[in-house]
Ligand binder design. Structure first.
Ligand code: V0V
Ligand code: CO
Length: 138
């Protein structure tokens, strides 16, 4: 179902400062930035490594563009830190359908636009032992 870890989502207060920290401290590569108006955040994808199946593993740094977005509410109530984990799959809709059939709550049905033109959905954290779990197909 899942073939790799695609990214770890991290909420931050200052996107530019946080990008600089990861580039200067750990040497990761900044490979993409975008605004996701639908989700209400601005983000950067930092590449950690490439994988044999042509995918890659990223850190996704997220900062809100409005206080009432998912990321805005998270920053206001929890502060900076880990927000979600995203697994890669060749078929996000198929994986979401199978997991929904097992009784897990699928949050975007159908999947929505994600980073770098991907298609994504999420599983409710309460159904995944406290971890907000994203499913992504590039
Ligand atoms: C909320 N909870 C979490 C959580 N967010 N637990 C673990 N990790 C998180 N990130 C818990 C929270 O503590 C509550 O538990 C309960 O879930 C309900 O939370 P809430 O306060 O009602 O929070 P809401 O209103 O923000 O709703 C939570 C959900 C929401 C998961 C439904 O965050 C959502 O729809 N997420 C999917 C979209 C998303 O995350 N967008 C931003 C990244 P207690 O306190 O009641 O026990 S988008 C992205 O990464 C993209 C597009 C990409 O390309 O990668
Ligand atoms: Co994500």
């Amino acid at each position: 179902m899942f073939t790799r870890l695609d990214h770890v989502g991290i909420v931050c207060a200052d996107l530019e400062k946080t990008i600089d920290f990861y580039l200067e401290t750990f040497g990761f590569e900044l490979c993409h930035t975008e605004v996701n108006e639908e989700q209400g955040h601005r983000e950067a994808m930092l590449r950690v490594n490439r994988t044999d199946d042509g995918g890659a593993t990223y850190l996704q740094l997220l900062t809100p563009t409005r206080p009432d977005s998912v990321v805005g509410r998270w920053l206001a109530t929890r502060g900076e830190g880990l927000h979600h984990v995203a697994f890669g799959t060749p078929d996000v809709a198929g994986a979401a359908g199978a997991l929904g059939g097992q009784g897990l709550r699928v949050l975007f049905d159908p999947p929505r636009r994600g980073s770098m033109g991907s298609r994504v959905t999420f599983l409710h954290p309460k159904d995944c032992h406290g971890v907000l779990t994203e499913i992504v197909t590039h």
